[in-house]
Design a protein around this ligand. Structure first.
Ligand code: CAO
Length: 262
């Protein structure tokens, strides 16, 4: 019995449905232009000068689990003495201790990059988000301050910054900078070196994350990413990496800091 042939229907292309045009709502406001002045004008100058520096970027993660415990213990004691104790004082002291081993990172170069000046003081600058814009006051002579004294100085600078009252002395003379963008959020950043300084670090948000311990168990750890930028005209990548390793070792084992504290 002959079966009747299957007749193939030609494929039909569906007619596209064209959505109706959206009529935009009338704009309620209007464009505004304002003069760049004050602190923002200073930022234009500094950041434009910074563009002449070829930066080297170096990134790592730091396990802050021990430091988180340490700060929990110390926070209340500091508060009883009238000082708010964040992680920054420890980050700053560890920077200074690592700078002792790698003093070239606490140097400055002249405009023509013919001379390097190794700075005797560790004046650590802190990027500060204020209502007037970005300010970078610095804590002077961190090498001879205790962690508690650094916390106290940080409180003073932060209060002045928020009140828009930071003075020239606090805002000049920095030799190395940190930018704690993680207090706002984010993981990585590409910090811009502030000339005549030669290096800066950006700190990400401290996050509880799973990691493997030595016995391959999954454990909860507190992790922070650090992003360093260094002036590659005078700083080798290896120097930045070794400095970062030392800084990291202090933060991952806060007791090791005590051994080297002066
Ligand atoms: N991850 C998670 N939590 C953080 C953190 C981080 N990286 N940094 C700070 N915190 C916590 C603090 O421990 C504190 O917690 P508690 O209330 O439990 O004590 C809380 O966040 C608030 O800290 P803080 O911001 O008041 O204090 P700080 O010393 O850590 O930082 C300052 C001070 C001035 C660095 C910060 O306020 C600031 O301005 N950060 C922004 C910097 C910035 O704008 N960088 C970009 C520069 S380029 O434009």
């Amino acid at each position: 019995i002959a079966s009747s042939p299957v007749v193939q229907q030609p494929a039909t292309t569906p007619t596209p449905v064209i959505p109706p045009k959206i009529t935009p709502q009338p704009v309620l406001g209007e464009d505004t232009t304002e003069r760049i002045k004050g602190i923002r004008k200073a930022m234009v100058k500094t950041m434009t000068a910074a563009q002449t520096i070829p930066p080297f970027g170096y990134y790592d993660e730091i396990d802050l689990t021990e430091l988180v415990r340490f700060r929990e213990m110390i926070k209340q004691q500091a508060l009883q003495r009238g000082v708010k104790f964040s992680y920054m004082p420890v980050f700053i002291k560890a920077v200074s201790m690592a700078l002792r081993e790698y003093p070239i990172l606490n140097s400055s170069v002249d405009e023509k990059v013919e001379n390097i000046t190794y700075k005797a003081s560790h004046n650590i600058g802190l990027a500060m988000d204020t209502k007037d814009g970005l300010l970078v006051p610095n804590i002077k002579n961190v090498q001879s301050l205790s962690i508690y004294e650094i916390a106290s100085e940080l409180n003073r600078l932060h209060a002045l910054g928020l009140a828009g009252k930071l003075g020239t002395d606090d805002l000049t003379g920095g030799t190395f900078s940190l930018s704690n963008i993680g207090s706002i959020g984010g993981t990585y950043a590409r910090p811009v070196i502030l000339p005549p300084e030669v290096a800066i670090g950006a700190l990400g948000k401290i996050q509880a994350l799973p990691r493997f311990d030595d016995e391959d168990n999954l454990v909860k750890r507190y992790i922070m990413q650090v992003s360093w930028s260094a002036d590659h005209r005078v700083i080798e990548g290896a120097t930045m990496a070794r400095f970062s390793n030392l800084w990291k070792s202090y933060l991952e084992n806060p007791t090791s800091m005590i051994l080297d504290l002066k």
